[in-house]
Write a protein that binds this ligand. Structure first.
Ligand SMILES: NC(=O)c1ccc[n+]([C@@H]2O[C@H](COP(=O)([O-])OP(=O)(O)OC[C@H]3O[C@@H](n4cnc5c(N)ncnc54)[C@H](OP(=O)(O)O)[C@@H]3O)[C@@H](O)[C@H]2O)c1
Length: 273
């Protein structure tokens, strides 16, 4: 597999596992994320996993910054001369009811998940259009329905479905592939934090349905098979059908499940709270 992939959010979690899995398969990689030392560690691990010394580069930066997005593409072209696939994986999650949301949390989640993924896509699009390339969005089951407690996260990821649909409508005839992967709960790094509705970060712990390796494999499969979407777990397929065929029942079930669907043990960075 001699293709060139850009992976955003490669410093941790699913993005790190995606980088390692692609590295093992010999994909040439451009990895991004803000945490410079973590990013370099993942790049080193991807080289050792099989990418080789010259086939993995990293560009640290914020996905919400258009200059960073341009720099990522420039780096890919300087080093490899092409881009075949963009994995739009960087993201941030939150928990809290709508009434408790602060404008800062709304803005940060939308900026990272929607604006970041969109402007990175815009930056890479000219290259992808030349090569019948792919864009793969890491989405969530919460993009299939507005889950209680994750409203703005749901909204940001649902909006990516619209971006994906528009991309297909505008460039599908040229051969552009666009995939959306609706991941079920995936194992988290122990130190992962998400935002409370008040903007305070807390550790996020709950039962996972997918390993990070499995999530990475599904993302890669979506790219290679040029799938439009993957619902990843049985509950995703069920929710997708239920929301379309039984909307009132689904709404009632969501009301009953509030406080359960996204119940998490809240532990601040310093310990339980
Ligand atoms: N874990 C799950 O159960 C699950 C389920 C469905 C979907 N997802 C989606 O999967 C993706 C990865 O999730 P994860 O669980 O692996 O989360 P994670 O461990 O918190 O990793 C998030 C990644 O995004 C990067 N990132 C966040 N904000 C960024 C910014 N402004 N600019 C650049 N990079 C940024 C982080 O890097 P830096 O902090 O170094 O910048 C990190 O590499 C997200 O899009 C998430 O919504 C996760």
């Amino acid at each position: 597999m001699n293709s060139v992939a850009i992976v955003t959010g490669a410093t941790r979690g699913i993005g790190r596992e995606l980088a390692l899995t692609l590295g093992e398969r010999g994909t040439r990689l451009v990895l991004t994320g803000r945490d410079t030392s973590r990013l370099e560690a993942v790049a080193d691990a991807a080289r050792k996993a099989g990418g080789g010394p010259d086939n993995v580069v990293s560009v640290a930066g914020d996905v919400t910054d258009p200059l960073h997005c341009a720099a990522v593409v420039e780096c890919a072209l300087d080093r490899f001369g092409a881009v075949d696939v963009l994995f739009n994986n960087a993201g941030i999650s939150m928990r809290g009811n709508v009434a408790d949301l602060t404008p800062e949390v709304v803005d940060r989640v939308i900026q990272t998940n929607l604006t970041g993924a969109t402007i990175m896509t815009v930056a890479v699009l000219p290259e992808l259009r030349k090569r019948r390339g792919s864009v793969v969005f890491t989405s969530t089951l919460a993009a299939l329905y507005g889950f209680p407690g994750v409203s703005i996260y749901s909204a940001s990821k649902m909006a990516l479905t619209a971006i994906a649909q528009a991309l297909r409508a505008e460039y599908g005839h040229e051969g552009l592939h666009v995939g959306v992967v609706y991941l079920g709960f995936t194992e988290n790094d122990a130190e992962k934090t998400i935002l409370g509705a008040d903007g305070k970060p807390f550790h996020h712990e709950r039962v996972a349905r997918l390993t990070q390796r499995k999530a990475a494999e599904i993302l890669i499969r979506t790219w290679l098979r040029r799938r439009s979407r993957d619902l990843t777990v049985p509950s995703g397929i069920l929710l997708d059908r239920a929301a379309r065929w039984f909307p009132r029942l689904t709404s009632r079930l969501m009301q009953r499940s509030r406080g359960v669907v996204h119940r998490v043990r809240k532990r601040g960075p310093e310990g339980d709270r």
